[in-house]
Write a protein that binds this ligand. Structure first.
Ligand SMILES: *Cc1c(COP(=O)(O)O)cnc(C)c1O
Length: 435
């Protein structure tokens, strides 16, 4: 697969280059030169395939030329080793649960696939790959658990002290092996700045092969298309055909992958984005003006994004044409108070405990249905297990959460962490000393 930059349509790089660099130097985003079209018989018979078989078929359509079939199959089998079930709440409303991976969030799909792709290429080049990542919580856990034990890689995760939840911190700090955690006495922005400075440090780059586990990496986008096809397969075997997907959105990577699946030929009636008060995209779809804002803190904090980094990819898929976009995507915005009410409503009506991000998707799916009644299956995506968000859920409901398999295993494990002040020279010395 060759990729171009959304800022330079003449640029062409290999898949491996796009994976290791994440971003083109012109600050655009990498997009596939051609979006592969799936064979109609595959889609017609999709309900006969497993999630892993579907994942292989799609990955092969993108990167079959870059990675031999047997290796790609091994990567998929190892990376996509958990389910993404569709559960019906009533006859027309279903939830696609994406939190059955090791960090209990949908980011496991992207992080596990990307880590194995990076491990595969760096093993071929025989050089240790140093992955640096700053996290405010969810990404770091998925990346840590995604790279855990992947040979040829070493991960350094920076997180702001006291600003991640207990489950999140355990997922970052109890791994050992090739995963190192640094607790920074500062904010998420401080963590990010340390990482960015490292990437711009030519001297450091002379000693280490650095890469980021950035959320806009193309190797995170591709595996996120898998579960849209898998959801379609599950719904098809239940007789549903028309589907509206509602996606809780922050950086718009998840819904971007859904739109990519649509462009590959997946039959979807419509996509709905639900956001918290960080509503840059909903305002854009309304008035055609893209006006990013500083992010505001909300209950659904993994979506506190004022300038969604994947949006240009979505624009590129629709030729920057607002009318085309509006035919395929709608969006709705919710406050924390509305999010809380939705979480209560899901619990009292369906006995379903949802995380705040998922609750926003539910609200948006209901809003779309109210405006567009019809005979279609409304599927909203559940992006994280509610146990990760104790502060957002009332304690009597929280107590009733069924913990996922393996939860609690990390509890009490020794915390392996290096405390660090916000000082680039100290960070650099750490990276070099432990080389
Ligand atoms: C990252 C995240 C989101 C937002 O996904 P984007 O791809 O950034 O739109 C939503 N919910 C949860 C739980 C997340 O971790």
């Amino acid at each position: 697969m060759k990729l171009y930059s959304t800022n330079n349509h003449d640029l062409r790089v290999s898949f491996e280059d796009a994976v290791f660099n994440s971003l083109p130097t012109d600050k655009g985003l990498y997009m596939p030169e051609n979006i592969p079209q799936l064979d109609p018989s595959f889609l017609r018979n999709i309900q006969q395939y497993s999630l892993q078989e579907i994942a292989f078929h799609i990955a092969n359509a993108f990167i079959g030329e870059d990675i031999p079939e047997a290796d790609l199959k091994a990567i998929i089998t190892d990376a996509i080793n958990f389910d993404a079930p569709v559960r019906f709440l009533d006859s027309k409303t279903a939830v696609l649960e994406l939190f059955h991976g090791p960090s209990y969030a949908f980011k496991d799909f992207g992080a596990r696939f990307m880590s194995r792709i990076m491990g595969y290429f760096s093993k071929q080049d025989d050089q240790l790959l140093d992955v640096l990542v700053a996290t405010s919580g969810d990404t770091g856990g998925a990346v840590a658990l995604g790279f855990l034990g992947v040979s040829g890689t070493r991960v350094t995760i920076l997180y702001p002290k006291g600003k991640v939840s207990k489950v999140q911190e355990e997922q970052l700090t109890t791994n050992g092996m090739n995963i190192r955690a640094i607790e920074v006495e500062g904010t998420f922005d401080d963590c990010q700045k340390l990482v960015k400075t490292a990437f711009n440090d030519q001297n450091l780059k002379g000693h280490l092969r650095l890469t980021s586990a950035n959320s806009i990496n193309i190797a995170r986008l591709i595996p996120q298309t898998f579960y849209y096809f898998w959801a379609y397969a599950q719904l098809k075997s239940q007789g549903a055909s028309d589907i509206v997907f509602t996606v809780p959105s922050g950086n718009f990577g998840n819904i971007g992958a859904g739109l990519l699946a649509y462009k590959m030929g997946l039959p979807v009636k419509h996509f709905v984005a639900g956001t918290n008060v960080n509503d840059t995209v909903p305002r854009f779809l309304e008035n055609g003006r893209y006006e990013p804002m500083p992010s505001q803190q909300t209950l659904a904090n993994a979506m506190d994004v004022g300038d969604p980094s994947n949006w240009v990819r979505i624009q590129a898929m629709f030729e920057n044409d607002l009318d085309q976009l509006r035919q395929v995507i709608s969006s709705y915005t919710y406050t924390d108070a509305q999010t809380k009410t939705a979480m209560d409503m899901l619990f009292t009506t369906y006995g379903y405990i949802a995380c705040p991000h998922t609750a926003i998707a539910y609200l948006a799916s209901e809003a779309f249905r109210a405006e567009h009644p019809g005979d279609y299956a409304s599927v909203f995506l559940s992006t994280a297990h509610p146990c990760k968000f104790p502060d957002a859920i009332s304690s009597d409901v929280f107590e009733q959460i069924q913990l996922p398999k393996g939860a609690g295993e990390l509890e009490g494990k020794p915390k392996l962490v290096t405390e660090m002040e916000v000082d680039y020279e100290i960070f650099k010395a750490y990276l070099l000393a432990n080389n």
